[in-house]
Structures are given as structure tokens and as C-alpha cells.
Write a protein that binds this ligand. Structure first.
Ligand SMILES: *Cc1c(COP(=O)(O)O)cnc(C)c1O
Length: 432
């Protein structure tokens, strides 16, 4: 291990307390740093591209609260508009004009979306979209890909190694087999496997859901023709194509991965960035499908806090900032500098490495590569990743605490931040 020079005594004390109060000491599992060893640092505040922990250490942040902070943490314009609407109350449980504004922005931005419903998280959006897929097609089965994450609802908690695919074995106790038996899985980037599933389950599959660019088994891009192929196969089988753009929406491009790759799904889920750091999710798509959602149609889905003025405001302001000319060019430039730099440093220091970047999303695998799917990703050297992660943390660089998570940049990251990060990476990679 890299020697510990970082003073994190307050973090340790707080986290020890948290472990007695909450399972694993956290409100969401990856935060516990289990896969990289060591203890998580406890945050005190965030601003721009930076985090400060409770011991006063400063870090350059490449997690960005897992995506929402694409304009930089605590952006002054977002904070100011939040302060203004706060005075009018935090939740109405009734229609509010801010919903119209954000809905219009989302519909204008995302090619597939003609109507949208707001919810409170990406998980909720994916749960609802699956119900809608089933309601619209009258079919119960769904295809997802190994290593893709669509929130923690029962039906999606199947990652499925080889034989597990058809058996639909749940990844978690508490998920009944009867629920996951309708979840079919295929390796990412494998069109033949998808065709086979459709052939084996004629007229039973409601659709295919996927991350159009994967961020939840590390950063994996779709092979040329993969998204187009899925569009064709679903159409041929009377099934729906759903892009889970909770992570990629407004990140890969303003219109999401579907704009970037010019493939239009029937339905789309959103989250993270559209909430600008507050809890928001959304699902939307073709008007004829969305018209099935209650009270317009019979498919029930509701939410006490859905569309609340605070969350809508953070989303609106964030999209306004992103919509300015040049933002995605800037994000791409800065992220390219980082990803190319990391690959170069790793090669210079003799490590097997692969990875890359698309817009403001990046990732590296300690792995010869290429990585086309989760099985490829699993061949990475996880011990080396843990050492790398710890070494970077010691040098003030905060990376996602798992080899199987993508990295995120923001409009607040400067070339100087990137160069500091690369200098740290060079030191660490020379030692591990
Ligand atoms: C984060 C994420 C989700 C779940 O969103 P939550 O807001 O954490 O419930 C779903 N799908 C994808 C692709 C995600 O990245």
C-alpha cells in the first residue's frame, strides 16, 4: 500500500459513529469504499470542481455527486435561484409552472421525448418505464444487459452470469424469482444474443432497456452499429427500445447519447443532471405511449414530492447553464486531456491499460482491453485499482471508489486541475 500521509481522523471518527447508526455507515453502498479498502472520507462542503472533507483536506472531484454536478458543485446561479423559490415554499403537491418550463426544456432537448413525467430518482423513473413498456405492449418480459444498472427495483436486480440469464436468478436476497423470471439478460454489445432471446421468447418481450453508453460497469461505449441494431431488432419484433439516460442524459450531449449516436429510442429515462443536485428523475417518449400514464391513461404512477418547485428550479437552472454555446466543446476538451493523459501516463509507467472518454464521461481499466462488456471489464486488476485509488486520494484527487464506475468532469474543471491530476497519477502509477 501507498503510505498514509493524509490526516483523516475526523472522517474516521464520524464514520465509526455512522456504522453504529446506519447499515454500513452509509445511505448508499458504493460510498462505503468497500471495493477499494480503507475508509470513506466524510465531506464537509463542495464548490466548483472541489471537495473539502471534515479534516480540512481539499480534493479535485471526479465523481460530481455521481453526475449531477456537471456545471460544478454549488454553482452560484443554481444556488441563487434556489434561494428565491425557497421563499415561496418547498413543495406544493399541486401543479406548478416550473414543471412546464422544465418539461419544455427536456422535450426540446431529447429527440425521443414528446411528453415527460417527473419523479424523484432514476430508480423510480426506471421502475415506471418498465411498467409502461408492459402496459403498452401487453407483454411481461424485458431484456437488459449484464453490468447495466437501472436502479434498485426488483426486476432490474439481475446481472446474470452465463446460465443465470435464462433462470433469472436475483442478485439480492429478497428479490423473488417470480419477479426476475421476466428479466432476460444479454452481454452488452452482443446483437446476436439479443436476436436469440427474441427468437426464444416470441411475442413475449416488451422491449430492451440499456445504458446507451455504460457507466455502471466502468466506462464502456457501444460498438459501431450496436444501438442501430437494437433499434432494428426491437422494431421487427413489435417491442420497445428504451435508453436509460439517467447518467448520459445532458452529459454525452445536450440531447443525450441518443443525439450523439443519432438513434432514437421509444422511451427514455432521465435523472441526475436534470435535478441539478436535487432529487429528480423523469421518463418520457412517444406521445402515444406516454398517453397511457395516469391520469391520461390507465397505467398508474404517482409521487407526493414529484415536480416540486425546488427540484424543478435546480434542474431548469442547470439546463440553462448547459445550453450556453460552447459548453460541450469545453467539457469534451477538458475530459480528453484527462483521459488521454491517464492512458499515456499508465503506458509510460508500464501498466496494461485501456479506456477513453466521451464528452464529460471517462474511464480507465487496468486491463489490456479492449472492453466491450462486463465480462471484459471484470478481467481488470482490481488490486492495482485499489492502490491507484488510495494513492490518488492521498494526493488530493477524489475518484469513484470502484473500477466499475465511470468518472465525471464538469464545467468547473480547469486545465490546471487536469494537469495536477496527471502529475499525481504519474507519481502513483510509478509506485504501484
Ligand atoms: C444512477 C442511475 C440510476 C439510478 O438512479 P438513482 O437516482 O440513483 O435512483 C439508474 N440508471 C442509471 C443508468 C444510473 O446511472
Amino acid at each position: 500500500m501507498v503510505a498514509t500521509t493524509l490526516n483523516t481522523s475526523k472522517s474516521e471518527e464520524i464514520f465509526a459513529g455512522a456504522q453504529k447508526l446506519m447499515p454500513g455507515g452509509v445511505s448508499s453502498p458504493v460510498r462505503a469504499f468497500k471495493s477499494v479498502g480503507g475508509q470513506p472520507i466524510v465531506f464537509d462542503r463542495v464548490k466548483g470542481a472541489y471537495i473539502w472533507d471534515v479534516d480540512g483536506n481539499q480534493y479535485i472531484d471526479y465523481v460530481g455527486t455521481w453526475g449531477p454536478a456537471i456545471c460544478g458543485h454549488a454553482h452560484p446561479e443554481v444556488l441563487n435561484s434556489l434561494k428565491e423559490v425557497l421563499e415561496k415554499g418547498t413543495s406544493f403537491g399541486a401543479p406548478c409552472v416550473l414543471e412546464n418550463i422544465l418539461a419544455e426544456m427536456v422535450i426540446d432537448a431529447v429527440p425521443s421525448i414528446e411528453m415527460v413525467r417527473f419523479v424523484n430518482s432514476g430508480t423510480e423513473a426506471c421502475m415506471a418505464v418498465l411498467r409502461l413498456m408492459r402496459a403498452f405492449t401487453g407483454r411481461d418480459k424485458v431484456i437488459k444487459f449484464e453490468g447495466c444498472y437501472h436502479g434498485h427495483a426488483d426486476m432490474f436486480l439481475v446481472k446474470a452470469g452465463s446460465g443465470v440469464a435464462t433462470l433469472g436468478l436475483p442478485d439480492s436476497p429478497g428479490v423473488p424469482k417470480s419477479v426476475t423470471s421476466n428479466t432476460l439478460t444479454a452481454p452488452y454489445n452482443d446483437l446476436e444474443a439479443v436476436k436469440q432471446l427474441f427468437a426464444d421468447n416470441p411475442d413475449q418481450i416488451s422491449g430492451v432497456i440499456l445504458e446507451p453508453v455504460v457507466g455502471n460497469s466502468g466506462f464502456i461505449t457501444p460498438d459501431a452499429g450496436f444501438l442501430e441494431g437494437l433499434r432494428m431488432i426491437t422494431q421487427e419484433n413489435g417491442a420497445l427500445l428504451v435508453f436509460d439516460e439517467v447518467m448520459t442524459g445532458f452529459r454525452i450531449a445536450y440531447g443525450g447519447a441518443q443525439e450523439k449516436f443519432n438513434v432514437t429510442p421509444d422511451l427514455t429515462t432521465l435523472g441526475k443532471i436534470i435535478g441539478g443536485g436535487l432529487p429528480v428523475g423523469a421518463y418520457g417518449g412517444r406521445r402515444d405511449i406516454m398517453s397511457m400514464v395516469a391520469p391520461s391513461g390507465p397505467m398508474y404512477q404517482a409521487g407526493t414530492l414529484s415536480g416540486n418547485p425546488l427540484a424543478m428550479t435546480a434542474g431548469i437552472k442547470t439546463l440553462e447553464l448547459l445550453h450556453k454555446p460552447g459548453t460541450y466543446e469545453q467539457l469534451d476538451k477538458i475530459t480528453k486531456r484527462l483521459a488521454n493523459g491517464l492512458l499515456a501516463v499508465a503506458k509510460e509507467t508500464g501498466h496494461a491499460i485501456c479506456g477513453g472518454q466521451l464528452s464529460a464521461m471517462f474511464g480507465i481499466f487496468f486491463n489490456q482491453g479492449p472492453v466491450h462488456n462486463y465480462d471484459d471489464a471484470k478481467k481488470s486488476d482490481l488490486t492495482k485499482f485499489s492502490k491507484f485509488h488510495r494513492g490518488m486520494l492521498e494526493r488530493g484527487i477524489y475518484l469513484a471508489p470502484s473500477q466499475f464506475e465511470a468518472g465525471f468532469t464538469s464545467l468547473a474543471h480547469t486545465e490546471e486541475d487536469i494537469d495536477k491530476t496527471l502529475a499525481a497519477a504519474k507519481e502513483v502509477m510509478s509506485m504501484i
